[in-house]
Design a protein around this ligand. Structure first.
Ligand SMILES: CC(C)(COP(=O)(O)OP(=O)(O)OC[C@H]1O[C@@H](n2cnc3c(N)ncnc32)[C@H](O)[C@@H]1OP(=O)(O)O)[C@@H](O)C(=O)NCCC(=O)NCCS
Length: 156
């Protein structure tokens, strides 16, 4: 399987919208928008990040759009985030996509946050060199509760 990144096309947005409304994925990610089904809010969010200094990429597996991966935020506080279609989990796609994104974006440090119990995401980050440096609690919309989260850093 060949994993590649490319800039986001308008035609990717309906695919991302579907991927990002999967209940199991939302529960796992936990820190999600208030109403992920709100298509106008979804479109406004993507318009905003695509127009910003963020590096926003579609993940392709053998040419098919299977998710997204981005680096966003202010200089010195840039964070990575990613999402893979549930039907493709467990095949190394997020790890390969994050590696490709880190090769494309040279700035360090880079940060990431994950729900403490998001074992898959934490594993992806650790395989790519991120280390847990802090713990916090925050309100997780997808769980309707305050939960623990970890902050990870990739140093230069
Ligand atoms: C997290 C996510 C991106 C992982 O994508 P993926 O393509 O399945 O990830 P990979 O296959 O590259 O790696 C997953 C790793 O986590 C491990 N893993 C996955 N679920 C696990 C679980 N419940 N318990 C333990 N390990 C788990 C896998 O075994 C693998 O590690 P390994 O290579 O050492 O075996 C995907 O599940 C997803 O999109 N989830 C919803 C959105 C989300 O949580 N995004 C991140 C927000 S911080």
């Amino acid at each position: 399987m060949e994993i590649a990144l490319r800039p986001v096309h308008d035609s990717d947005l309906p695919v991302f919208y579907r991927q990002m409304n999967d209940p199991e994925s939302l529960r796992m990610a936990a820190f999600t928008p208030k109403d992920p089904a709100d298509r106008d809010a979804f479109d406004a969010h993507w318009q905003r990040i695509r127009a910003s200094s963020a590096v926003v990429r579609a993940i392709l597996a053998d040419g098919d759009v299977v998710g997204s991966a981005s680096v966003y935020g202010e200089p010195g506080e840039r964070e990575v985030t990613y999402w893979v279609d549930r039907s493709h989990w467990g095949r190394g796609i997020a790890t390969a996509a994050l590696r490709a994104l880190l090769a494309e974006v040279p700035e360090r440090p880079l940060y990431a946050r994950a729900a403490d119990d998001n074992t898959g995401s934490r594993r992806v980050l650790e395989k790519c060199g991120f280390r847990v440096t802090a713990r916090a609690t925050g309100y997780a919309q997808a769980r309707g509760a305050e939960i623990d989260e970890v902050v990870l850093v990739l140093e230069g």
